[in-house]
Design a protein around this ligand. Structure first.
Ligand SMILES: CC(C)(COP(=O)(O)OP(=O)(O)OC[C@H]1O[C@@H](n2cnc3c(N)ncnc32)[C@H](O)[C@@H]1OP(=O)(O)O)[C@@H](O)C(=O)NCCC(=O)NCCS
Length: 142
């Protein structure tokens, strides 16, 4: 696994390629370029994984996170979260929030292992081709 680097607009191609391997609704290069233009967006990636946060004062929210299928279940996402949290802590972040689909068991396990706790539920938040599902709102405090 290559070391994690800070996401910049130089990486929009790698980010959109990896995103398309991880999600049905892929974000294109422009979507990543627009996000990375914002001063509030912070992200990290390597050759097989990525994460973007929106940071405001001492709070951060995970916008997207993924590991390409071939690299899963090897601890990559856990390492990426640890790296990101170390960096965000240095920048003064004290709380991280995220939404996760109640049916996404892999992500729920990842976040539980990383120390997140459920603080709320958004009923029918996701709608994939008419199939509705709840979002769990999770929080981790440093
Ligand atoms: C969720 C995701 C990021 C996990 O990445 P990963 O690199 O495989 O995760 P890790 O290897 O660090 O695993 C973390 C924990 O979750 C568990 N886990 C990972 N995938 C799992 C799965 N499919 N089912 C059950 N548990 C799983 C691991 O076993 C590990 O727990 P353990 O140490 O007790 O064994 C990856 O599956 C992914 O990219 N999915 C598609 C995109 C996505 O859902 N992103 C999150 C949106 S909120």
């Amino acid at each position: 696994m290559l070391p994690f680097e800070k996401a910049t607009s130089l990486y929009v191609n790698a980010l959109s390629t990896m995103h398309s391997l991880c999600f049905k609704k892929a974000w294109d290069e422009k979507a990543f370029a627009d996000l990375l233009c914002l001063p509030t967006t912070v992200g990290y990636l390597n050759d097989c994984a990525f994460v973007l946060f929106s940071v405001c004062d001492n709070q951060a929210e995970i916008l997207t996170l993924g590991v390409v299928p071939d690299a899963r279940k090897k601890g990559v996402a856990s390492s990426l979260l640890k790296h990101s949290f170390d960096e965000l802590k240095k920048a003064g972040v004290k709380e991280i929030f995220l939404d996760v689909n109640v049916n996404n068991l892999a992500a729920r396990k990842l976040y539980e292992k990383a120390g997140f706790e459920q603080i709320s539920v958004r009923k029918n938040y996701y709608d994939e081709a008419g199939q509705k599902s709840d979002a769990l709102v999770l929080k981790k405090a440093f």
